[in-house]
Design a protein around this ligand. Structure first.
Ligand SMILES: [Zn+2]
Length: 135
């Protein structure tokens, strides 16, 4: 019975407690918009561990966006070299932010759940193929 690694659970946006259930329904870039599930379908953990918990994801998302803007700006500079037009940078940065919005939405919550909330702990006993509910 293989256990799920933390890395795999983060990449696949799985529940931080059992690493089996999906945090989101809907696909990242699908036509059905992704929504955050209330509870884990595998272990029953409530993802919004306290009222307003996911407001914290805004700060994570902010950090993501700043990093992406810096990287896209630098990349634009490296690719275009001498072009000094600010509109080139503004267009490239805004387009990348727009394209990456679903990624930021998903992974800001995943990072918050997996890495920034110490009270949520992985429990290997829940990481099984047997369906467990209401623990
Ligand atoms: Zn779970």
């Amino acid at each position: 019975m293989a256990k799920t690694s933390k890395f795999e659970a983060i990449v696949k946006a799985k529940c931080p407690r059992c690493r089996r259930g999906n945090i989101f329904s809907g696909s990242l870039y699908g036509l059905n918009l992704q929504t955050t599930n209330e509870n884990c379908s595998h272990c029953g953990m409530r993802f919004e561990v306290e009222p307003g918990y996911f407001y914290g994801a805004m700060y994570v998302s902010y950090a993501f966006v700043v990093g992406e803007m810096l990287n896209v700006g630098l990349l634009t500079y490296l690719i275009t070299g001498n072009d000094k037009s600010p509109w080139l940078y503004i267009t490239a940065i805004l387009l990348s932010i727009l394209v990456l919005t679903p990624v930021n939405y998903r992974y800001s919550k995943v990072f918050l759940l997996h890495l920034l909330t110490p009270k949520i702990k992985y429990n290997p006993e829940y990481d099984t193929d047997d369906k467990i509910r209401n623990i």
